[in-house]
Design a protein around this ligand. Sequence first.
Ligand code: HEM
Length: 299
Amino acid sequence: LLIDNSHLKWIVWTALMFAVAVVLYAMYATVSPHGARGGSWQGMAFGVAGSALMLYAGLLSIRKKVPRWQRLGTAQTWLRGHIWMGLLSVPLILFHAGFRFGGLLETALLIVLALIVLSGIVGLALQTYLPRLMKIAVPSEAIYEAIPAGCAALRKTADEAVIAVCSSLIQSASPKLVTVKPTTGDDESTGALREFYVDVIRPFLAPETMRLQDMATARARSLASQVEAAALFEHLRVRLPAEFYPALECLSDVCDERRQLLRQWRMYHYLHGWTFVHIPLSVLLLVLGILHAATAVYF
Ligand code: HEM
């Protein structure tokens, strides 16, 4: 996410519309005997225009959730429009309010709008500069959404690798329950691999647990560290015969990939944490905005 040349057209149009709004406001404020007021027709026109821009900014959410809307432009175009029209809504709303706070509801509305715009600017700056500063690759939304499926596929690969040498993931109390004979290794080795897999690796691979603190055991969590994982795999390797090494290598690779997915998931969340302020406040803005319009019409 970058403010680059692709924003130029939006910047020029925003600057032009802002200049026109400033001229119209100056003309209207100077001819109004009591100064600019939200209730005058010019004040209301500024209010309607500013609200329309805020609503347009809020439509980004719908664009993301409704597949049919995705034909109305790329995600990047929508985000550019969102940023620049969201910013332009601020002066229009200030012109509507005549730079006054008004009553409690109006003050709350202005504060919420300020917080939304501030959080948007902070979020944009974070997403633009943090990855560059930390020299990290940030997963796109598409990659982020594919992470659970990727984790599930990794666990399936690992299950298959273990089943290939241990016949089953379940330690059978009765030998009759194990239908396929172990293809390789003795009972002690298959037991050791199976136990390590079921108790440590499999909980680490669980697609539904993306936060380390949610992982079932401390040993499962330790696989998140490359150094500790290498030590655990080495410890197991010395206990197992050579025919288990390909399976061990496959499991070690799967854990490496899972670590990468965990890192991407965490990165995505660091860089989107600010939306927990931005998005709920925009819902609050909508509710307060409707209340404000209703009270203005009725009283
Ligand atoms: C009236 C003003 C605004 C409203 C109502 C608003 C509302 C929203 C909403 C509802 C979303 C979530 C879309 C979704 O993921 O479902 C969003 C995302 C976003 N907003 Fe705003 N916004 C406003 C202004 C701004 C401004 C001024 C900026 C930046 C200068 C900004 C930057 C962003 C960015 C970067 C995202 C994308 C978040 C992400 O998914 O990474 N917003 N906004």
